[in-house]
Design a protein around this ligand. Structure first.
Ligand code: PLP
Length: 354
């Protein structure tokens, strides 16, 4: 059996992949999900159910729209300032990794980014907590989970400024209070569905205030008014997302999966801290539940451990090139039994190399 600790894309349960494959062959009356018109009641039902599931699973309050867009989270880096930052104004950003940094770069096309705090000088090993957000910021932008470095933001700063969050790699993994945010966006590929699909949850009242002309495809308002069907939507990606959200609901929803995610993270971090061969790379209080980054006390053992793990069914734990070592990504679909297998291998390896 393979245990997929890869960072994506796109880690979903086997049963979802099976149902999705079946729909490629026969979604309705022998027609593929890929060929039925997106204007049929059947497909409109898919978009509607996917949107309802997002709202239900995250307990989205009234006054918010759920949008299914394309272009990945990276397009959101530009769409956010294009839609929310009036000419000449400043938006505040918390710089907690390369993705946040890329979001910051896009702001220059529309206005000014004010970096309220950064952990860049420590290679993003922690999430800064001491900073203030100027009250005249058009919005405050943060990244809830820093996929590459393995840090996660478990609380938001107090602010009256609208909050925008890139939740690409921890959305649907833990309970959040959507009312604290004005706009949430996520590339779908970790806990929602196939890469390329982007989910946006936006408070309707913040839209239409930039004073700028926005191309239709980049205008949240256009997509909200068109029910995510302004143009031909990514039908298959939305369908797979719907199946996966159904799976999450059947597991008991976000609160239940959060318990499992806590248990998985606790088990692996406990082993990293206990096993003399390994050490974590991030500040303990900011340790991500989704991406666990660690190295070995003796870097010369890293290659042999990687080989040993791979030979025993572990997939995708090589760390990102900017951190090195290992990154065990533990999205919703990864069973806790896979984490136990990895822990066991770490223990066997330690016995052989002490
Ligand atoms: N933001 C975060 C936190 C990510 O992890 C990623 C990709 O993994 C992105 C943004 C970029 O997403 P995309 O490749 O969908 O544009």
């Amino acid at each position: 059996m393979r245990h997929n600790f890869g960072a994506g894309p796109c880690i979903l349960p086997q049963e979802v992949f099976k149902q999705a494959s079946q729909a490629v062959l026969d979604f309705k009356d022998g027609l593929s999900i890929l060929e039925i018109s997106h204007r049929t009641p059947e497909f409109e039902g898919v978009v509607e159910e996917a949107g309802k599931l997002v709202k239900e699973l995250l307990n989205v309050p009234a006054g918010y729209s759920v949008l299914f867009l394309q272009g990945g989270a990276s397009l959101q880096f530009a769409m956010v300032p294009m839609n929310l930052l009036p000419e000449g104004q400043t938006a505040s950003y918390l710089e907690t990794g390369v993705w946040a940094n890329k979001a910051i770069k896009e702001v220059a096309n529309f206005g000014t980014a004010n970096i309220v705090a950064s952990s860049k000088s420590s290679n993003y090993t922690f999430v800064p907590k001491e900073y203030s957000i100027p009250e005249d910021s058009a919005y405050f932008h943060c990244t809830s989970n820093n996929t590459i470095y393995g840090t996660e933001m478990f609380s938001l700063p107090e602010t009256k400024v609208p909050v925008v969050c890139d939740m690409s790699s921890d959305i649907m993994s833990r309970v959040i209070d959507v009312a604290q945010y004005d706009l949430i966006y996520a590339g779908a590929q970790k806990n929602i569905g196939p890469a390329g699909l982007t989910v946006v949850i936006v408070k309707d009242e913040i839209l239409g205030k930039s004073g700028r002309k926005i191309p239709s495809m980049l205008d949240y308002k256009v997509h909200a008014e068109g029910g995510s069907m302004y143009n031909t939507p990514p039908v298959f990606s939305i369908y797979v997302a719907m199946l996966n959200l159904r799976w999450l609901k059947s597991k008991g929803g976000v609160a239940e999966i959060e318990k499992e995610n806590i248990a998985k993270a606790k088990a692996l971090y406990t082993e990293i801290d206990r096993n003399p061969l390994f050490k974590g790379t991030c500040a303990v209080e900011d340790r991500s539940r989704m991406n666990v980054c660690f190295v070995m006390e003796n870097p010369e053992l890293e290659k042999p451990f990687l080989k040993f793990a791979e030979e025993n069914g572990i997939e995708g734990i090589k760390g990102h090139r900017s951190v090195g070592g290992f990154r065990a990504s533990m999205y919703n679909a990864l069973p806790i039994t896979s984490v136990h297998t990895l822990i066991e291998l770490m223990q066997i390896f330690a016995e052989k190399h002490q």
